[in-house]
Design a protein around this ligand. Structure first.
Ligand code: COA
Length: 305
């Protein structure tokens, strides 16, 4: 971890997951310049930490984040252009450049408040799980600015323009179910299930080949702004690039476990990794195959009836 002691960020590593918590609960995890510097450094460290296979961004004390700290990030920096620029650079780097292109899968676990500037990290991560009673709000219009940095851009790239306009222009709060309905997040769950559903998703991601998963998430993001010819070229080159440094030799291993060993079926599960984290591997793969066979048999006998 970073040599300097962290104050506004907490990191806990467990079973391959790094839980990165914004840590200013008394300010509803509003993001101060110091928090941005610490987050930027923390995410940089974790990206190459061999213990970490998946990063979860969350907030300490039950709050995701109340957005930029209106006092420390905005008002107190008004007359300090150097400080303001340094803080803005760090803020944008971790909330967008780092997370959007991160080499490992990232999940935001959202509860409490998710306001304003926190939509940057919300849209940058790969997946979002939120509690039903989370309060989301693009509050900027309510206190006199537009959703700046990249908030307007990333929100309108993530959800349909009508929803983006509605919530940006009205600044109305909405809950987890509404966030799920408009495609801002993946799942909204009861608060009691928030951690278990997040861990479940992380475990599924960690059971995939890291090299293939990395290339896949980068590819899905990059082709959005390419035309068809560019996409053909990019995807062919990216497909080849997976093989360089893929410690799992994923393509050959996957085919061999399916075609030769007949130990799993790719339709239902990934191939078993050499150093498989919990909940993956042949046992559960076999279980899925058995379950699928049972289902198929059931359908056949139903048809006969
Ligand atoms: N910036 C600075 N301070 C903030 C903050 C923010 N974005 N959000 C909360 N705080 C501070 C409050 O000023 C208060 O500080 P204090 O204890 O020194 O008075 C403390 O955090 C707790 O906030 P409080 O308003 O008492 O808690 P609450 O649970 O009743 O309400 C919010 C929480 C998030 C609904 C409310 O604080 C709010 O609307 N904050 C502004 C959020 C916002 O518009 N962010 C956009 C930034 S881009």
């Amino acid at each position: 971890m970073a040599a300097k002691k962290l104050e506004c960020v907490k990191v806990e590593k467990k079973n391959g997951i790094a839980w990165v918590l914004l840590n200013r609960p008394e300010k509803r995890n509003a993001m101060s310049p110091q928090l941005h510097f610490e987050m930027d450094e923390t995410l940089k460290e974790l990206e190459t930490d061999p213990e970490v296979r998946c990063v979860v961004i969350a907030g300490n004390g039950g709050y995701f984040s109340a957005g930029q700290d209106l006092k420390e990030f905005f008002r107190e920096n008004e007359k300090n252009p150097r400080g303001r620029k340094a803080a803005a650079e760090a803020a944008n780097r971790w909330r967008w450049e780092r997370l959007y292109k991160y080499d490992k899968p990232t999940i935001a676990m959202v509860e409490g408040y998710c306001v304003g500037g926190a939509f940057m990290q919300l849209c940058a991560v790969d997946f979002v799980v939120a509690a039903n009673d989370t309060v989301f709000s693009l509050s900027e219009v309510n206190w006199g600015i537009l959703p700046g940095a990249l908030v307007s851009k990333v929100v309108s790239d993530t959800i349909l323009p009508r929803h983006a306009l509605y919530y940006a222009c009205l600044g109305d709060p909405f809950d987890g179910k509404e966030a799920e309905r408009i495609g801002l997040i993946n799942f909204s769950v009861p608060k009691s299930q928030l951690v278990s559903k997040t861990v479940e998703l992380a475990q599924k991601l960690m059971a995939k080949s890291p090299a293939v998963l990395r290339a896949t998430k980068h590819a899905v993001r990059q082709v959005r702004t390419m035309d068809f010819d560019q996409s053909y070229d990019y995807l062919a080159a990216k497909g080849q690039a997976i093989k360089v440094g893929d410690t799992e030799d994923s393509y050959n291993t996957g085919l061999s476990q399916f075609l030769d060993e007949k130990s799993y079926k790719p339709t239902f599960e990934p191939f078993a990794l050499k150093d498989a984290p919990k909940k993956s591997g042949k046992k559960s793969a076999k279980k899925a195959v058995k379950k699928a066979a049972k289902k198929k048999a059931g359908k056949k006998s139903a048809r006969r009836r």
